[in-house]
Design a binder for this molecule. Sequence first.
Ligand SMILES: C[S@@+](CC[C@H](N)C(=O)[O-])C[C@H]1O[C@@H](n2cnc3c(N)ncnc32)[C@H](O)[C@@H]1O
Length: 243
Amino acid sequence: MRLVHDLRAVAALARDKGFRYALGAVRKVVLYRLHWWFHDRALDHRYGATTRGGVTPDQLTVTGPNRDLGIEYMPTPGWVLRRILQRLPGAPAEFVFVDVGAGKGRMLLVAAELGYKRVVGVEFARELIDIARANAAGQRRRRPDATEVEVLHEDATTFAVPDEPCVFFLYHPFDAPVLEAFVENVRRFWEHRPRPIYLVYVNPVHEAVLARAGFLHAATHRFRDGLTHALSPHTVTVYAADR
Ligand SMILES: C[S@@+](CC[C@H](N)C(=O)[O-])C[C@H]1O[C@@H](n2cnc3c(N)ncnc32)[C@H](O)[C@@H]1O
C-alpha cells in the first residue's frame, strides 16, 4: 500500500514539476531512508534518543518576528555531518560546534562524540528544545566522556556568538532575511575578535547571502569528498573565515 502511495506521489510530482525534479525527490527519500536504517536508527538507539520525524512550524510554540521565516524540522543524516566534520582542518578540541536551528539535536549528539571543546544548539521552538535536551541527557548518562551539550532557547539572529573558533552548522534552517541577520551577527563578533570560523551549509538554498557576506569565502573545494557528495540527500557547501 505504501509503495502504491509513493508511486502515485512520484507520478504527481513528475506531472507538476517534470521528470528530473521527481527523480531528484525520489533520490532524496531513498537516501534518507537508507541513512535512517544504517546509521541514525543506531544513534537514537544508543542514547535512547528520538531525533527522527519532521515537525512543521504550525505544531510548534515559537514567539518572535522570525517565526514565519523558519523552515520545518527535518534532521540531517548523522553520517553526513560526521564525514564533513572529520575533513575540516584544525583539532575539534579547539573549536566550539554550534548547530544553528538545532531541532531535536541529532547534530549535537554527533558533534559531542567527536571531541569538540563545546557543543551548542540554538533553537527557537520550545517543544524541540525539550526533546533536544532530553536526547542530550540520554547521551550524557550513557557516554559521560562525550562533550556536554548546551541547548539555548534563542533566536539565531540574536544569540551571543561564542568568542572562540567556531564551526557553525546550518541545515537550511530559515529564509534569506534571517540568514542575513544571522551572518551579520557572526560578522560583528568576528570583527571584534577575528578567529577561525567554518560554516557548513546543507541544502544551501540562500548561498548568495553567504557569498555577499564579505568575511567568509567558499572552501568546499578544499574538503571535496566524492562519497559524501554521492550519499548526501542534499548539496553541502563549506565556508571559512581564516584568521
Ligand atoms: C531543517 S531543521 C534542521 C535541524 C538540525 N540542524 C539538523 O540538521 O538535524 C531547521 C531548524 O531550525 C529551527 N529554526 C528556524 N528558524 C530559527 C531561528 N530564527 N532561530 C532558531 N532556530 C530556528 C527550526 O525550528 C528547525 O528545528
